[in-house]
Ligand binder design. Structure first.
Ligand code: RB5
Length: 143
């Protein structure tokens, strides 16, 4: 199950992501928003972060205008590793190296064709589980 969340700046790109997930038959839970009317991105970042943190959803996708605000907000939650990606290399590397559990994108930055390829890469790349990466990911949450 993939948790989805966006603000008004990400709403239109999220519709493209939803169309892709439906085409692939992938299950998702949409936490909103539901239109291009102005809303506050932390609200949706928190809903998706909590769904992933609790294990209710395996991964999440967050989109705001830049992807920055919504990823900053999600990364305040322990165990959440939200990666802002604008290219497929980063999407692959953040799964392989960081075991990122949320993909963030900028609806005003990344076009729909590239965004769908980034989503595809993110969802289809497993964490490498190499010792050095396991240790580094563990280190993120250490005080
Ligand atoms: C909304 O105008 C915009 O600030 C938001 O979508 C995002 O880009 C924030 O980081």
């Amino acid at each position: 199950m993939i948790a989805l969340g966006c603000d008004h700046g990400g709403y239109e790109l999220m519709q493209e992501v939803i169309a892709y997930l439906e085409k692939k038959g992938l299950e998702y839970q949409n936490f909103g928003c539901d239109s291009t009317a102005a809303v506050d991105y932390p609200v949706y970042a928190k809903k998706v972060a909590r769904a992933v943190q609790s294990g209710q959803c395996e991964k999440g996708i967050l989109i705001c205008g830049t992807g920055i605000g919504i990823s900053i907000a999600a990364n305040r939650f322990r165990g959440i590793r939200a990666a802002l990606c604008g290219d497929c290399f980063s999407a692959e590397a953040t799964r392989l190296h960081n075991d990122a559990n949320i993909l963030a994108m900028g609806g005003r930055v990344t076009g729909p064709g590239l965004a769908v390829k980034i989503v595809d890469t993110f969802l289809n790349t497993e964490f490498s589980k190499e010792e050095r990466h396991v240790n580094r990911v563990r280190g993120i949450d250490e005080d």
